[in-house]
Design a protein around this ligand. Structure first.
Ligand code: MN3
Length: 208
């Protein structure tokens, strides 16, 4: 029995064109994300103690990472993080996205960063300057919004911080179209952010 499953994308593989090309989205979802799900399930199935752990939502599994037996913890961190991160990523993107945020998230960004323009420049700087694989994150932490990068598939949830926006910085996320120009990929990201979904996630996080 598989505990976790690959979610369908909320749009077709070409929906994020021209900002993210269809082939990249297809490989990213059907190969990379699927591989995280499969390897997470294999990790949980291989350890009798972990079978019940796979019954919780993926977010809870990562929140409770310290409770995972040490011999399996790195695998759960990587593959569970990969599943959670990509599951968030697909929802905060939209072919009809872009523009500026509205609602509670807009107010919070103004409050914690000064303005949307300041936030956008800070987040883009973090994303462009991060070395190697990882993600740029906007998280709700200790009642405020914070932006930072984490390496690999590490999830903010493991630090008990709630991600509301994330940008995949692995080369598989952009290299087919952008090659070494990560800066252009980061710039294109702003045209496909689904701010309604970011706002929804922020409101859920603010209630926790
Ligand atoms: Mn990825």
């Amino acid at each position: 029995m598989s505990a976790y499953s690959l979610p369908d994308l909320p749009y077709g593989y070409g929906a994020l064109e021209p900002h993210i090309d269809a082939r990249t989205t297809e490989l990213h979802h059907s190969q990379h994300h699927r591989s995280y799900v499969d390897r997470l399930n294999a990790t949980l199935e291989a350890n009798e103690e972990l079978r019940a752990a796979g019954e919780q939502p993926i977010e809870d599994l990562l929140w409770n990472l310290p409770k995972i037996p040490e011999e399996s913890r790195t695998a759960v961190r990587n593959f569970g993080g990969g599943h959670a991160n990509h599951s968030l990523f697909w929802t905060i993107l939209s072919g009809n996205g872009g523009g500026e945020p509205a609602g509670s998230i807009a107010t919070a960004i103004d409050q914690d960063f000064g303005s949307f323009a300041t936030f956008r420049a800070r987040f883009a700087g973090i994303a462009v300057n991060h070395i190697g694989s990882g993600w740029a994150w906007l998280v709700r932490a200790r009642n405020r919004l914070v932006a930072y990068a984490l390496p690999n598939e590490d999830s903010p949830l493991t630090a008990e911080e709630i991600p509301v926006l994330g940008l995949d910085l692995w080369e598989h996320a952009y290299y087919l179209k952008y090659e070494a120009a990560r800066r252009d990929y980061v710039e294109a990201f702003w045209d496909i952010v689904n701010w309604d979904e970011v706002d929804r996630r922020f409101e859920v996080a603010a209630r926790l």
